[in-house]
Design a protein around this ligand. Structure first.
Ligand code: F6R
Ligand code: ZN
Length: 196
């Protein structure tokens, strides 16, 4: 589907939170091992089952300059040790490429940072569009009680670099404190000069 190189259309179904006609790729709790701060809570939760944390519907295009990669991601509600369900997060392999995220439903936050450690966290709710500049890693967090979904588009040759995020996470984490989403410092985060 969508393999043609003539203009084409697709339907974002914001009620069902899917792209009609596409099969989603799922990421389960087990695929985020080491990403949540409370590893005991992670293990305890995983012992009860391995739920899907998020699903995405990628509209693949050839990975060449000039093409655009787009799709829809839906993040389920929940927490692990008080830390909200989140995507893995990544830099783009081609660091100098940006991305647009546009919220369709639910409530969340977009956590971003540069390789040097400059950070920004932006609230997302339906209608909010965030421009992620080149060089900024990005992770979404579902801070609401319902599914959180967003449309995204980036250069098709951007690629994904998960490595440094998998090793130490983002500088800021989003946790539930007194019933509200709160930003805390990530104790594992080190400035670039101190990393081994
Ligand atoms: C593509 C992009 C999104 C995410 C998706 C899943 O560049 O930013 O499509 O890939 O929301 O998040 P990750 O890839 O971090 O698991
Ligand atoms: Zn991206």
């Amino acid at each position: 589907m969508f393999a043609m190189s003539t203009p084409f259309a697709y339907t974002l179904d914001s009620i069902q939170e899917r792209i009609e006609g596409l099969t989603p790729t799922s990421r389960r709790l087990s695929s985020l091992r080491g990403q949540f701060l409370d590893s005991r809570a992670f293990d305890a939760q995983l012992a009860q089952g391995d739920p899907v944390l998020y699903e995405y519907y990628p509209v693949h295009r050839p990975e060449v300059a000039g093409e655009l990669f787009s799709g829809l991601t839906t993040l389920y509600p929940g927490t692990v040790g008080g830390e909200y369900f989140m995507t893995k997060g990544h830099f783009h392999a081609l660091l100098e490429t940006g991305e647009i995220y546009s919220c369709l439903s639910g409530q969340g936050k977009l956590v971003m940072e540069t390789p040097e450690g400059t950070w920004q966290v932006t609230d997302m709710s339906p209608g909010v569009v965030v421009y992620i500049p080149p060089r900024w890693a990005h992770r979404t967090v579902n801070t609401g009680p319902n599914k959180f979904s967003f449309f995204w588009v980036c250069p098709a040759d951007a690629g994904h670099d998960y490595g440094s995020i998998e090793r130490q996470g983002f500088r800021k984490r989003v946790v539930e404190q007194n019933g509200s989403p709160t930003l805390i410092d990530n104790p594992h985060w080190l400035p670039p000069a101190q990393r081994v």
